[in-house]
Write a protein that binds this ligand. Sequence first.
Ligand SMILES: Nc1ncnc2c1ncn2[C@@H]1O[C@H](COP(=O)(O)OP(=O)(O)OP(=O)(O)O)[C@@H](O)[C@H]1O
Ligand SMILES: [Mg+2]
Length: 252
Amino acid sequence: MREAPWTLAVAGKGGTGKTTVAALLVEELRGCGPVLAVDADPNCNLGEALGIPVRRTIGQMRDEILEKLGDLPPGVSKEQLLELGLHECLVEDEGVDLLAMGHGEGPRCYCMVNHVLRRCVEILRRNYRYVVLDNEAGMEHLSRRTTQDVDVLLIVAEPNPVSLRSARRISQIVEDLKLRVSRTFLVLNKAGEDFSGDVGIPVLGRIPYDPEVERLWAGGRPLRELSPFSPARLAVKKLLEKLQQRRHDACP
Ligand SMILES: Nc1ncnc2c1ncn2[C@@H]1O[C@H](COP(=O)(O)OP(=O)(O)OP(=O)(O)O)[C@@H](O)[C@H]1O
Ligand SMILES: [Mg+2]
């Protein structure tokens, strides 16, 4: 069996650039081995950033399974239905497959959909070399343990006190909940070179403000259209290189 995939997760306060960072990581890893991109934000938009249209979310699948539960033919388990439905949720693109959480209807839905998403990732992950997980804003995904079995957690923050405080809280909760996260780093996004100060989380690096990123988002265009010299693209490439050096696993 293939060794466990290298799993990177992105977290942070709302609007700090989590999806941007996740999408740029996926673009860098494309071609280095199969990548599973997981949009674990119920309000999904990783597909948009990657230019991969989502047909069906885990939330929609869960609702359909619940509707069919009463008419399941004998011998067909909920788990089998899940595996069947899962492949319909997985969108295949060149070097990258995308799975989007979305949300379902009804009470307690987020917890249930989170549970199904965790199970889906468990089933799928062994087929990939890399897994990149884009999380919703805040900390709910931590307490629901969607961010689990992660090699590297990148907490994205803008260089302002509110965003940095939020980053610190996220890092603290990861410790308190004893989540299986091997290493946590801070990534400063939309940041100038003048940032200094100790946030209590090792800083992996910074991504400068890049007007091209903003323009593509505003136009609903995928981030792979960024020029090869885009400062944000180059910065994420550098972050990934640093991580790979530490992992002794350079992309072939
Ligand atoms: N380095 C950057 N340079 C310029 N604009 C950026 C940069 N990173 C992100 N942005 C802009 O910030 C906005 C929010 O980015 P993004 O959607 O990646 O954040 P998020 O943390 O995923 O948000 P949410 O919490 O809503 O999921 C986007 O409109 C994007 O244009
Ligand atoms: Mg996002």
